[in-house]
Every structure is written in structure tokens, then in C-alpha cells.
Design a protein around this ligand. Structure first.
Ligand SMILES: Nc1nc2c(ncn2[C@@H]2O[C@H](COP(=O)(O)OP(=O)(O)OP(=O)(O)O)[C@@H](O)[C@H]2O)c(=O)[nH]1
Ligand SMILES: [Mg+2]
Length: 460
């Protein structure tokens, strides 16, 4: 097994700009896809009576092949001298934005792909904004299809400036970001410098990826592990999840929230056993998927979405917070009182927007205070109240646990994504009671839909 540090790359950008093609070219040139595999797929799709395309290595759904677009996420791996990479290929088509958000929630380095012949398009901007909101820390920009602008330096420089302006507008520090000319189709500047662009003296895509900054594991922060499920192993109850921050060592005392608040007693205890890949380990750190046996915890005490942390630095259960969101899809004006489903740290519950404090137009950067509503495409500062207690952290403290997504009541559309800026005190004013009544009404209306949706679309 490779001991190199891991980095998750997420390819984003507008429909058809060449994300899947670039990934395939990278995998072919680094020997991760063999000609045998290509032939196997060729045989298979010819049986389906479709014209073969190397893109089918990633776009494996029948609908993807017929429509020649990416719909679902696919994951691939390859390595460079310094790193082991996980690559996530995301759809550019706006109908599948929820898959893009899911992918971005796992992305450490965003690879923004822009086709040279079309330049920046709506989903280029949308995906870049989303990455910023979902706290993607590093970026690489590819100006792909450089063959279609005849490998012209002047034209490349013009698009590069356009990209720099966009990054500035979104609020991404662009000075240290590599912007590379490539052609995924012709194989220019992917792993080898191209003879077609003698004017270009910068790195290839592989060089750039190999010299990325190593992502810092948030070991210093308070330990947090959102629970995915419980499991009985050899008659013992284990709680399973991924450590997001901090470290958990055998013998540590942990506590679970909102489990403890829900049951009005301390749910937690001493960590008796830690298993990773079914092997017992002494300690675990961020990124590790583990199973914990905790003294005194029974299966019925824990639910998906509970969060484990150390007893002396415990997670807190809250039901009200201030957040920064981006509204991606909303057919109407989103006003206070709007009720939807929030997905946060493996938990889904109903929530209501109680106040809109500020909006920002991402194209102009113009801000409005105390507006009546938020429109699609806008960024906003809002107050959200949840039906049930949740664990959500402030972005400045534990950004990994501050992110969430909002789905509409029917669970069909992702309305937006955001991060918690500040948790607010529980209160029981008249206004709160109204909110609770609204939530109860909408819960009755949803009548079980929530559970179905949540099972169908695992989030984060
Ligand atoms: N000329 C030229 N065509 C390219 C290049 N890269 C990709 N294409 C073509 O552009 C089309 C779209 O490429 P994809 O890789 O599917 O684009 P995508 O960004 O993955 O598309 P979605 O996932 O559906 O958003 C295909 O027909 C590719 O062959 C390139 O460098 N030059
Ligand atoms: Mg694609």
C-alpha cells in the first residue's frame, strides 16, 4: 500500500468543457488505464450499439453514454512522485448540480476546467462559488481545448485574465494558482510539455499536481466524528464514522450529541476498542473511517448523525444558527418562513429560514441589508432554525463540521449550500413557537417523505 499523502481532486466546470476527457488522458498517460481495459469497454458498448468513446471509461451509465454527458460522480485513483490522488469527476450539467455539490464536499483541490473556445460560462462561475462556500482550499485552472484556438498565446492570455477576474470576484486569492493551457484530446501539456506551444514555459498538469501543497490534517482541532451507523460485531455494539478533526485514542472518554440531549442523559463513555479495516488500532486521525466500541453505549442510544467528541471538549446540540449560504436552485423568492430539509454531518432534518440578514449578488458583488427575500444565484447571510437538535460547528472553530446543504421539501432539488457562522441560543419566544408550528405542519405534509429521500440520497 502506498504511504504517500493523499489528495482528493475534484474536476469542475461548465458542461462539455473537457473534465472527463482530461481525467482519462491523465490516467492513460500515467498508465492507470491500460489498453486492455479500453478494449473491454469498447466491446461492451459496441454490444449496446453505441459509438465508442474513451469517455465511457468514466461515463458508465447508459444515459451518460447516449447523451454524452456526465451525470453521476465517478472516482478514480492515480499517483505522482509525491502524492496518491483520488479524482472525482463531476457533471457540468446544471440538472445534476446536487451530484456536483456532493463531490465538492469531499474535494480538497478544485481543478477548474475551462474550454478555450467558449471561455467562462455560467457553471464555471457557479462551481467556483460553490467550491469557495464548501471550503475547497486549493485550485488549479485548466484552459482546455487549446487546439481549438490554434495554440495561440494571445488568446490564452485573454482567457487567463478572464479567469483571474472571476477568481477575484468570487474571493479566491488567485496569485498562487497555476493556470495551464492543455488539450485533453490531443494530449498537450498533460504529462509532457507540448511542442505545439513553444511560448509556454510553465509546468505540465502532472507537474502542477505533484507540487501542490500537502493538505494539513486538522489534528489540532477538537475531535469530531459524525456517526454513519451502528453495527454489532461479535455481539458487541460499534459506532461507525469518519474522523473529521482531532484524534481519538483508546481509553479516551467520549460523549455523543445530540444523543445526550435527546435522551436527557449522558450518552458516552470510555473508548474500549478502535477498529480500522476490521483491524484493531490504538488511535485514529482525520480521514480515518473507524468503528468504536464505547463502554456503556447500546445500539438504541445512537442514531445516524450523532457526533462523537471528547468529554472535556464536547460537541453541542443546537437548533438555531446564523449561516452564509448560496441559493442554487429556487424557482421563487426565498423568504423568511421557508421550510426545507437540511443535510448536515450525516443528519437530515427539517429547518426553517427565520431571518434574512443580508444578500450579495455574485455577479456585481452588490450587498443589500435586511432584504425581503433571496433569489437564485445569490449569496446570503441567514438565520436557520432546525426542527430537531443538531451538531453544527462555527466555521471559524471547526470548518469541517460547519457545512450543510439545503434540499426542498420534496427532496428533489438542492436549494443551496452553506456554512454555519455562529450558533445561537435556544429560545422560546412567540416567534419561535410560530416556527415550530410551521415545522410541524410541514412535517405532517411530508409524512415520511423525509426518510425516503434521506435513504435515497446519502449526503456528505
Ligand atoms: N478539440 C478538443 N475537444 C475536446 C478536448 N477535450 C475534450 N474535448 C471534447 O469535448 C467534448 C466534451 O468532453 P467531456 O470530457 O465529456 O466534457 P465534460 O466536461 O466531462 O462534460 P460533462 O461532464 O458532461 O460536463 C467531447 O466530445 C470531447 O471529445 C480538447 O482538448 N480538444
Ligand atoms: Mg464529464
Amino acid at each position: 500500500m502506498s504511504q504517500k499523502p493523499e489528495i482528493t481532486l475534484g474536476f469542475i466546470g461548465h458542461l462539455n468543457h473537457g473534465k472527463s476527457s482530461t481525467i482519462i488522458r491523465l490516467l492513460l498517460e500515467t498508465g492507470k488505464i491500460s489498453n486492455d481495459e479500453v478494449e473491454e469497454i469498447r466491446n461492451r458498448v459496441e454490444k449496446e450499439e453505441l459509438d465508442f468513446s474513451p469517455l465511457f471509461m468514466l461515463d458508465s451509465l447508459r444515459e451518460e453514454r447516449e447523451r454524452r454527458i456526465t451525470i453521476d460522480l465517478s472516482h478514480k485513483e492515480f499517483e505522482s512522485d509525491n502524492y496518491q490522488f483520488k479524482i472525482i469527476d463531476m457533471p457540468g450539467h446544471r440538472d445534476f448540480i446536487k451530484n456536483t455539490i456532493t463531490g465538492l464536499a469531499q474535494t480538497e483541490v478544485g481543478v477548474i476546467t475551462v474550454a478555450a473556445d467558449e471561455g467562462i460560462q455560467p457553471q464555471t462561475i457557479e462551481h467556483t462559488y460553490l467550491s469557495k462556500t464548501l471550503d475547497v482550499k486549493q485550485f488549479v485552472v485548466l484552459i482546455n481545448k487549446i487546439d481549438l484556438i490554434a495554440y495561440e498565446e494571445d488568446e490564452f492570455e485573454r482567457i487567463k485574465e478572464e479567469v483571474e477576474t472571476m477568481l477575484n470576484q468570487v474571493g479566491i486569492e488567485q496569485r498562487n494558482i497555476d493556470i495551464l493551457p492543455i488539450s485533453a484530446l490531443q494530449g498537450d501539456n498533460i504529462t509532457e510539455s507540448s511542442e505545439n506551444m513553444e511560448w509556454y514555459e510553465g509546468p505540465t498538469l502532472l507537474d502542477t499536481l505533484n507540487s501542490l501543497n500537502k493538505p494539513i490534517k486538522p489534528v489540532e482541532r477538537d475531535a469530531r466524528m459524525p456517526i454513519r451507523k451502528t453495527e454489532i460485531r461479535d455481539g458487541e455494539t460499534f459506532i461507525l464514522g469518519r474522523i473529521e478533526t482531532g484524534e481519538i485514542t483508546r481509553g479516551d472518554k467520549i460523549v455523543l450529541e445530540p444523543a445526550s440531549t435527546r435522551q436527557n442523559q449522558n450518552i458516552g463513555g470510555e473508548v474500549k476498542k478502535i477498529e480500522q479495516h476490521r483491524q484493531e488500532v490504538e488511535e485514529a486521525e482525520p480521514g480515518d473511517h473507524i468503528a468504536l466500541k464505547v463502554k456503556g453505549i447500546r445500539e438504541e442510544d445512537v442514531e445516524k448523525g450523532d457526533v462523537a467528541g471528547h468529554e472535556d471538549r464536547p460537541p453541542k446540540a443546537d437548533n438555531k444558527f446564523e449561516a452564509q449560504i448560496i441559493v442554487l436552485n429556487h424557482p421563487d423568492k426565498l423568504k423568511p418562513g421557508y421550510t426545507a430539509i437540511i443535510h448536515v454531518n450525516n443528519l437530515q432534518t427539517l429547518c426553517t429560514f427565520t431571518e434574512i440578514k443580508e444578500t450579495k449578488n455574485p455577479e456585481t458583488g452588490k450587498r443589500s441589508e435586511k432584504p425581503e427575500y433571496v433569489e437564485q444565484g445569490q449569496e446570503a447571510i441567514v438565520e436557520i432554525k432546525t426542527k430537531q437538535d443538531i451538531v453544527i460547528e462555527e466555521n471559524d472553530d471547526i470548518p469541517q463540521l460547519s457545512r450543510f446543504a439545503i434540499r426542498d421539501g420534496d427532496g428533489i432539488q438542492t436549494i443551496g449550500a452553506g456554512k454555519c457562522l455562529k450558533t445561537l441560543k435556544h429560545s422560546t419566544t412567540e416567534e419561535e413557537n410560530n416556527v415550530n408550528r410551521a415545522l410541524e405542519r410541514s412535517e405532517r405534509r411530508d409524512n415520511g417523505i423525509l426518510n425516503k429521500i434521506c435513504e435515497r440520497i446519502p449526503f456528505f
